[in-house]
Design a binder for this molecule. Structure first.
Ligand SMILES: Cc1ncc(COP(=O)(O)O)c(C=O)c1O
Length: 373
Protein backbone atom coordinates (compact mmCIF):
# COMPACT_ATOMS: atom_id res chain seq x y z
CA UNK A 1 0.00 0.00 0.00
CA UNK A 2 2.76 2.43 1.06
CA UNK A 3 4.77 1.45 -2.03
CA UNK A 4 1.76 2.13 -4.26
CA UNK A 5 1.23 5.57 -2.71
CA UNK A 6 4.88 6.48 -3.27
CA UNK A 7 4.77 5.50 -6.94
CA UNK A 8 1.49 7.34 -7.43
CA UNK A 9 2.93 10.62 -6.20
CA UNK A 10 6.12 10.10 -8.12
CA UNK A 11 4.12 9.93 -11.34
CA UNK A 12 2.11 13.00 -10.46
CA UNK A 13 5.17 15.00 -9.52
CA UNK A 14 6.99 13.95 -12.68
CA UNK A 15 4.01 15.01 -14.73
CA UNK A 16 3.94 18.39 -13.00
CA UNK A 17 7.63 18.86 -13.77
CA UNK A 18 7.20 17.85 -17.41
CA UNK A 19 4.33 20.33 -17.79
CA UNK A 20 6.14 23.24 -16.09
CA UNK A 21 3.58 23.04 -13.27
CA UNK A 22 5.90 21.89 -10.47
CA UNK A 23 5.96 24.34 -7.56
CA UNK A 24 8.85 25.00 -5.19
CA UNK A 25 9.30 27.19 -2.12
CA UNK A 26 11.67 30.06 -2.81
CA UNK A 27 12.91 32.58 -0.27
CA UNK A 28 12.43 36.31 -0.96
CA UNK A 29 15.30 37.80 -2.89
CA UNK A 30 15.62 41.14 -4.66
CA UNK A 31 13.23 44.06 -5.08
CA UNK A 32 9.77 43.07 -3.88
CA UNK A 33 7.40 43.15 -6.85
CA UNK A 34 5.39 40.16 -5.74
CA UNK A 35 4.14 40.34 -2.16
CA UNK A 36 0.76 41.62 -1.00
CA UNK A 37 2.38 43.97 1.49
CA UNK A 38 0.85 46.88 -0.44
CA UNK A 39 1.32 49.51 2.27
CA UNK A 40 4.60 48.30 3.75
CA UNK A 41 2.98 47.27 7.04
CA UNK A 42 4.43 43.73 7.30
CA UNK A 43 7.87 44.90 8.43
CA UNK A 44 6.92 48.37 9.63
CA UNK A 45 9.05 49.60 12.58
CA UNK A 46 5.92 50.99 14.29
CA UNK A 47 4.16 47.63 14.22
CA UNK A 48 7.34 45.84 15.27
CA UNK A 49 7.66 48.08 18.32
CA UNK A 50 3.98 47.60 19.15
CA UNK A 51 4.59 43.83 19.16
CA UNK A 52 7.68 44.13 21.38
CA UNK A 53 5.89 46.40 23.88
CA UNK A 54 2.81 44.18 23.94
CA UNK A 55 4.84 41.05 24.66
CA UNK A 56 6.88 42.83 27.32
CA UNK A 57 3.64 43.94 28.93
CA UNK A 58 2.47 40.34 29.17
CA UNK A 59 0.26 39.82 26.11
CA UNK A 60 -0.11 36.11 25.39
CA UNK A 61 1.36 34.68 22.22
CA UNK A 62 -0.78 31.56 21.83
CA UNK A 63 -4.57 31.26 21.67
CA UNK A 64 -4.45 28.15 23.89
CA UNK A 65 -7.93 26.94 23.03
CA UNK A 66 -10.97 27.41 20.82
CA UNK A 67 -12.64 30.80 20.91
CA UNK A 68 -15.67 29.09 22.48
CA UNK A 69 -13.50 27.86 25.34
CA UNK A 70 -10.59 29.75 26.92
CA UNK A 71 -9.18 30.99 23.58
CA UNK A 72 -11.38 34.09 23.53
CA UNK A 73 -9.31 36.97 24.94
CA UNK A 74 -9.61 40.70 25.42
CA UNK A 75 -7.43 41.17 22.27
CA UNK A 76 -9.97 39.29 20.14
CA UNK A 77 -12.91 41.16 21.62
CA UNK A 78 -11.22 44.55 21.25
CA UNK A 79 -10.25 43.85 17.63
CA UNK A 80 -13.74 42.69 16.69
CA UNK A 81 -15.35 45.77 18.27
CA UNK A 82 -12.82 48.04 16.57
CA UNK A 83 -13.12 46.32 13.17
CA UNK A 84 -16.93 46.56 13.23
CA UNK A 85 -16.59 50.29 13.80
CA UNK A 86 -13.78 50.67 11.23
CA UNK A 87 -15.60 48.78 8.49
CA UNK A 88 -18.95 50.31 9.38
CA UNK A 89 -20.66 47.00 10.20
CA UNK A 90 -22.92 45.83 13.04
CA UNK A 91 -20.42 43.13 14.11
CA UNK A 92 -17.24 41.39 13.06
CA UNK A 93 -15.63 38.01 13.70
CA UNK A 94 -11.91 37.25 13.50
CA UNK A 95 -10.50 34.07 11.94
CA UNK A 96 -6.87 32.87 11.76
CA UNK A 97 -6.77 33.39 8.00
CA UNK A 98 -8.82 34.77 5.15
CA UNK A 99 -9.01 31.28 3.68
CA UNK A 100 -10.59 29.98 6.89
CA UNK A 101 -13.05 32.89 6.97
CA UNK A 102 -14.28 32.38 3.40
CA UNK A 103 -14.45 28.62 3.81
CA UNK A 104 -16.40 29.00 7.05
CA UNK A 105 -18.90 31.41 5.51
CA UNK A 106 -19.73 29.21 2.57
CA UNK A 107 -19.85 25.90 4.42
CA UNK A 108 -22.05 27.35 7.18
CA UNK A 109 -24.52 29.90 5.86
CA UNK A 110 -26.10 28.70 2.58
CA UNK A 111 -28.66 25.99 3.31
CA UNK A 112 -29.56 22.90 1.31
CA UNK A 113 -31.68 24.13 -1.61
CA UNK A 114 -30.10 27.59 -1.65
CA UNK A 115 -28.08 28.59 -4.72
CA UNK A 116 -24.62 30.17 -4.80
CA UNK A 117 -23.76 32.30 -7.82
CA UNK A 118 -20.09 33.14 -8.05
CA UNK A 119 -17.80 35.10 -10.33
CA UNK A 120 -15.62 32.75 -12.38
CA UNK A 121 -12.46 34.34 -10.97
CA UNK A 122 -13.18 34.17 -7.23
CA UNK A 123 -10.47 32.86 -4.95
CA UNK A 124 -9.88 29.18 -4.15
CA UNK A 125 -11.02 29.70 -0.53
CA UNK A 126 -14.54 30.60 -1.68
CA UNK A 127 -14.58 27.95 -4.38
CA UNK A 128 -13.58 25.24 -1.93
CA UNK A 129 -16.21 26.47 0.51
CA UNK A 130 -18.85 26.31 -2.22
CA UNK A 131 -17.77 22.81 -3.20
CA UNK A 132 -18.01 21.62 0.42
CA UNK A 133 -21.32 23.39 1.11
CA UNK A 134 -24.83 21.91 1.05
CA UNK A 135 -25.86 24.20 -1.79
CA UNK A 136 -25.41 24.13 -5.53
CA UNK A 137 -22.99 26.63 -7.04
CA UNK A 138 -23.12 28.16 -10.53
CA UNK A 139 -20.45 30.45 -11.88
CA UNK A 140 -21.08 33.53 -13.98
CA UNK A 141 -18.63 34.96 -16.49
CA UNK A 142 -16.14 37.27 -14.82
CA UNK A 143 -17.68 40.69 -14.10
CA UNK A 144 -20.57 39.94 -16.52
CA UNK A 145 -23.68 41.54 -15.01
CA UNK A 146 -25.93 40.23 -17.78
CA UNK A 147 -24.87 36.66 -17.14
CA UNK A 148 -25.41 37.13 -13.40
CA UNK A 149 -28.90 38.48 -14.09
CA UNK A 150 -29.77 35.48 -16.30
CA UNK A 151 -28.72 33.11 -13.49
CA UNK A 152 -30.60 35.11 -10.84
CA UNK A 153 -33.81 34.91 -12.88
CA UNK A 154 -33.30 31.22 -13.62
CA UNK A 155 -32.79 30.18 -10.00
CA UNK A 156 -35.08 32.59 -8.19
CA UNK A 157 -37.73 30.80 -6.08
CA UNK A 158 -39.58 31.89 -2.93
CA UNK A 159 -38.00 29.17 -0.79
CA UNK A 160 -34.41 29.82 -1.83
CA UNK A 161 -31.78 32.34 -0.82
CA UNK A 162 -29.45 33.23 -3.66
CA UNK A 163 -25.90 33.87 -2.41
CA UNK A 164 -23.71 35.97 -4.70
CA UNK A 165 -19.91 35.84 -4.26
CA UNK A 166 -17.48 38.35 -5.70
CA UNK A 167 -14.12 39.90 -4.95
CA UNK A 168 -14.01 43.69 -4.75
CA UNK A 169 -10.62 43.64 -6.51
CA UNK A 170 -9.58 40.45 -8.26
CA UNK A 171 -6.35 38.95 -6.98
CA UNK A 172 -4.79 37.78 -10.23
CA UNK A 173 -6.29 40.19 -12.77
CA UNK A 174 -6.25 43.37 -10.68
CA UNK A 175 -9.63 44.56 -11.96
CA UNK A 176 -12.57 45.77 -9.88
CA UNK A 177 -16.04 44.26 -9.48
CA UNK A 178 -18.87 46.55 -10.66
CA UNK A 179 -20.33 46.54 -7.13
CA UNK A 180 -22.95 49.23 -7.72
CA UNK A 181 -24.31 47.48 -10.81
CA UNK A 182 -24.31 44.14 -9.01
CA UNK A 183 -26.32 45.60 -6.14
CA UNK A 184 -28.83 47.13 -8.56
CA UNK A 185 -29.67 43.77 -10.09
CA UNK A 186 -29.48 41.54 -7.03
CA UNK A 187 -31.85 43.76 -5.08
CA UNK A 188 -34.72 42.46 -7.24
CA UNK A 189 -34.18 38.97 -5.79
CA UNK A 190 -33.82 37.28 -2.41
CA UNK A 191 -30.04 37.56 -2.33
CA UNK A 192 -27.16 37.93 0.07
CA UNK A 193 -23.95 39.37 -1.36
CA UNK A 194 -20.54 38.24 -0.09
CA UNK A 195 -17.74 40.62 -1.02
CA UNK A 196 -14.18 39.43 -0.48
CA UNK A 197 -12.14 42.60 0.10
CA UNK A 198 -8.83 40.72 0.44
CA UNK A 199 -6.96 43.03 -1.94
CA UNK A 200 -8.90 46.24 -1.31
CA UNK A 201 -9.10 46.46 2.51
CA UNK A 202 -6.83 49.15 3.89
CA UNK A 203 -6.37 50.76 0.47
CA UNK A 204 -9.65 51.71 -1.21
CA UNK A 205 -12.79 53.41 -0.01
CA UNK A 206 -12.84 56.20 2.57
CA UNK A 207 -9.70 55.85 4.72
CA UNK A 208 -9.11 52.36 3.36
CA UNK A 209 -12.35 50.93 4.68
CA UNK A 210 -12.93 48.98 1.47
CA UNK A 211 -14.85 49.31 -1.77
CA UNK A 212 -18.08 47.95 -0.32
CA UNK A 213 -18.46 51.16 1.69
CA UNK A 214 -20.03 52.52 -1.52
CA UNK A 215 -22.87 49.98 -1.37
CA UNK A 216 -23.46 49.57 2.36
CA UNK A 217 -26.12 52.31 2.38
CA UNK A 218 -28.10 50.46 -0.29
CA UNK A 219 -27.74 46.89 0.92
CA UNK A 220 -27.54 47.20 4.68
CA UNK A 221 -25.72 44.38 6.43
CA UNK A 222 -28.74 42.06 6.47
CA UNK A 223 -27.99 41.51 2.78
CA UNK A 224 -24.22 42.05 2.73
CA UNK A 225 -21.22 40.23 4.20
CA UNK A 226 -17.69 41.53 3.70
CA UNK A 227 -14.43 39.68 4.28
CA UNK A 228 -11.25 41.61 5.07
CA UNK A 229 -8.11 39.53 5.05
CA UNK A 230 -5.43 40.92 7.36
CA UNK A 231 -2.24 39.54 5.77
CA UNK A 232 -2.13 41.84 2.76
CA UNK A 233 -2.35 45.66 3.04
CA UNK A 234 -3.02 45.29 6.78
CA UNK A 235 0.34 43.51 7.06
CA UNK A 236 -0.40 40.90 9.77
CA UNK A 237 -2.53 37.76 9.21
CA UNK A 238 -6.12 36.66 9.67
CA UNK A 239 -9.56 37.28 8.24
CA UNK A 240 -12.32 39.55 9.53
CA UNK A 241 -15.91 38.82 8.57
CA UNK A 242 -18.20 41.87 8.86
CA UNK A 243 -21.92 41.16 8.94
CA UNK A 244 -25.22 41.47 10.78
CA UNK A 245 -25.49 40.31 14.36
CA UNK A 246 -27.50 37.23 13.36
CA UNK A 247 -24.94 36.13 10.77
CA UNK A 248 -22.08 36.54 13.23
CA UNK A 249 -24.06 34.58 15.85
CA UNK A 250 -24.71 31.84 13.26
CA UNK A 251 -20.98 31.62 12.53
CA UNK A 252 -20.07 31.44 16.22
CA UNK A 253 -22.62 28.67 16.75
CA UNK A 254 -22.30 26.68 13.55
CA UNK A 255 -19.07 27.34 11.64
CA UNK A 256 -16.89 24.27 12.07
CA UNK A 257 -13.63 26.02 11.05
CA UNK A 258 -14.35 28.56 13.81
CA UNK A 259 -15.51 26.15 16.51
CA UNK A 260 -13.04 23.31 16.04
CA UNK A 261 -9.85 25.33 15.75
CA UNK A 262 -7.51 27.06 18.19
CA UNK A 263 -8.15 30.80 18.43
CA UNK A 264 -5.90 33.08 16.37
CA UNK A 265 -2.90 34.27 18.43
CA UNK A 266 -3.92 37.12 20.79
CA UNK A 267 -0.77 38.91 19.58
CA UNK A 268 -2.07 38.58 16.01
CA UNK A 269 -5.45 40.08 16.94
CA UNK A 270 -3.76 42.93 18.80
CA UNK A 271 -1.44 43.73 15.88
CA UNK A 272 -4.31 43.69 13.38
CA UNK A 273 -6.11 46.27 15.51
CA UNK A 274 -2.99 48.44 15.80
CA UNK A 275 -2.44 48.22 12.05
CA UNK A 276 -6.04 49.30 11.37
CA UNK A 277 -5.60 52.18 13.81
CA UNK A 278 -2.42 53.18 11.97
CA UNK A 279 -4.16 53.01 8.60
CA UNK A 280 -6.75 55.44 9.95
CA UNK A 281 -4.11 58.13 10.57
CA UNK A 282 -2.66 60.76 8.22
CA UNK A 283 0.37 58.50 7.71
CA UNK A 284 -1.98 55.74 6.55
CA UNK A 285 -3.60 58.24 4.19
CA UNK A 286 -0.14 59.25 2.85
CA UNK A 287 0.77 55.65 2.10
CA UNK A 288 -2.51 55.11 0.28
CA UNK A 289 -1.92 58.29 -1.76
CA UNK A 290 1.62 57.13 -2.66
CA UNK A 291 0.37 53.73 -3.71
CA UNK A 292 -2.49 55.12 -5.80
CA UNK A 293 -0.10 57.54 -7.52
CA UNK A 294 2.19 54.63 -8.34
CA UNK A 295 -0.80 52.64 -9.65
CA UNK A 296 -1.55 55.43 -12.14
CA UNK A 297 2.05 55.44 -13.29
CA UNK A 298 2.05 51.65 -13.66
CA UNK A 299 -1.14 51.83 -15.70
CA UNK A 300 0.50 54.32 -18.09
CA UNK A 301 3.33 51.82 -18.62
CA UNK A 302 1.65 48.41 -18.48
CA UNK A 303 -2.06 49.17 -19.06
CA UNK A 304 -4.51 47.21 -16.90
CA UNK A 305 -7.25 48.38 -14.57
CA UNK A 306 -5.12 50.84 -12.59
CA UNK A 307 -4.98 48.93 -9.31
CA UNK A 308 -1.86 47.79 -7.45
CA UNK A 309 -2.11 44.34 -9.09
CA UNK A 310 -0.79 44.37 -12.66
CA UNK A 311 -1.03 41.12 -14.61
CA UNK A 312 1.60 40.70 -17.33
CA UNK A 313 0.05 37.85 -19.29
CA UNK A 314 2.52 35.69 -21.19
CA UNK A 315 0.24 32.74 -21.98
CA UNK A 316 2.62 29.83 -21.97
CA UNK A 317 3.74 28.33 -18.63
CA UNK A 318 7.32 27.83 -19.74
CA UNK A 319 7.57 31.39 -21.01
CA UNK A 320 6.22 32.78 -17.72
CA UNK A 321 8.80 30.75 -15.79
CA UNK A 322 11.71 31.73 -18.00
CA UNK A 323 10.83 35.45 -18.08
CA UNK A 324 10.44 35.41 -14.28
CA UNK A 325 13.83 33.68 -13.92
CA UNK A 326 15.55 36.29 -16.12
CA UNK A 327 14.02 39.15 -14.13
CA UNK A 328 14.96 37.47 -10.86
CA UNK A 329 18.55 37.24 -12.09
CA UNK A 330 18.41 41.04 -12.57
CA UNK A 331 17.41 41.51 -8.92
CA UNK A 332 13.60 41.66 -9.21
CA UNK A 333 11.49 39.43 -7.00
CA UNK A 334 8.66 38.66 -9.39
CA UNK A 335 7.04 35.23 -9.68
CA UNK A 336 5.34 33.27 -12.43
CA UNK A 337 1.67 32.46 -11.80
CA UNK A 338 0.49 29.38 -13.64
CA UNK A 339 -2.64 27.25 -13.90
CA UNK A 340 -4.54 26.09 -11.91
CA UNK A 341 -4.18 29.41 -10.04
CA UNK A 342 -5.08 31.15 -13.32
CA UNK A 343 -6.91 29.85 -16.40
CA UNK A 344 -5.16 27.64 -18.96
CA UNK A 345 -3.19 29.68 -21.48
CA UNK A 346 -2.99 32.76 -19.23
CA UNK A 347 0.23 32.10 -17.29
CA UNK A 348 1.59 35.43 -16.18
CA UNK A 349 3.79 37.54 -14.04
CA UNK A 350 1.77 39.17 -11.29
CA UNK A 351 3.34 42.57 -10.69
CA UNK A 352 2.29 43.78 -7.28
CA UNK A 353 2.94 47.38 -6.23
CA UNK A 354 3.75 48.71 -2.80
CA UNK A 355 3.65 52.29 -1.49
CA UNK A 356 7.40 52.15 -0.81
CA UNK A 357 8.30 51.40 -4.44
CA UNK A 358 9.82 54.35 -6.35
CA UNK A 359 8.60 55.36 -9.80
CA UNK A 360 12.15 55.08 -11.06
CA UNK A 361 12.37 51.46 -9.87
CA UNK A 362 9.15 50.69 -11.69
CA UNK A 363 10.44 52.33 -14.88
CA UNK A 364 13.69 50.36 -14.69
CA UNK A 365 11.71 47.15 -14.27
CA UNK A 366 9.57 48.09 -17.26
CA UNK A 367 12.68 48.65 -19.44
CA UNK A 368 14.19 45.34 -18.31
CA UNK A 369 10.96 43.52 -19.11
CA UNK A 370 10.80 45.11 -22.57
CA UNK A 371 14.27 43.80 -23.40
CA UNK A 372 13.23 40.27 -22.37
CA UNK A 373 9.78 39.86 -23.97
C1 LIG B 1 -9.06 37.03 -2.88
C2 LIG B 1 -8.50 36.29 -1.72
N1 LIG B 1 -9.34 35.86 -0.76
C3 LIG B 1 -8.89 35.18 0.29
C4 LIG B 1 -7.56 34.89 0.45
C5 LIG B 1 -7.09 34.10 1.63
O1 LIG B 1 -6.57 34.95 2.60
P1 LIG B 1 -5.41 34.48 3.59
O2 LIG B 1 -4.14 34.60 2.83
O3 LIG B 1 -5.53 35.41 4.75
O4 LIG B 1 -5.71 33.08 3.97
C6 LIG B 1 -6.64 35.33 -0.51
C7 LIG B 1 -5.19 35.05 -0.34
O5 LIG B 1 -4.45 34.74 -1.18
C8 LIG B 1 -7.13 36.04 -1.63
O6 LIG B 1 -6.30 36.47 -2.58
Amino acid sequence: MAEQARILFEDELTELKENNRFRTLNLPQGLDLTSNDYLGMAGDPFLRQVAIDALQNGLDIGGAGSRLLRGHTQSHKALEDYAAMYFNAPQSLFFSSGFQANYALLTTLPKRGDIILYDSLIHASMRDGIRASDSKGYKFTHNDINHLEVLLKKHDAPSKTLWVCVEALYSMDGDFAPLNDIVKIIQKHNTILIVDEAHSSGIYGPKGRGLSQSIIQKTGHDRLITVHTCGKAIGVAGGLVCASESIIQALINKARPFIYSTAPMPLQAYLVQKSLEFLDTDEGENRRAQLLDLCKHAQSLFGGAGSQIVPIILGDDHKALSVAAKLQAQGYDIRAIRPPTVAEGTARLRLSLSSSLKKEQLENFYSELRTII
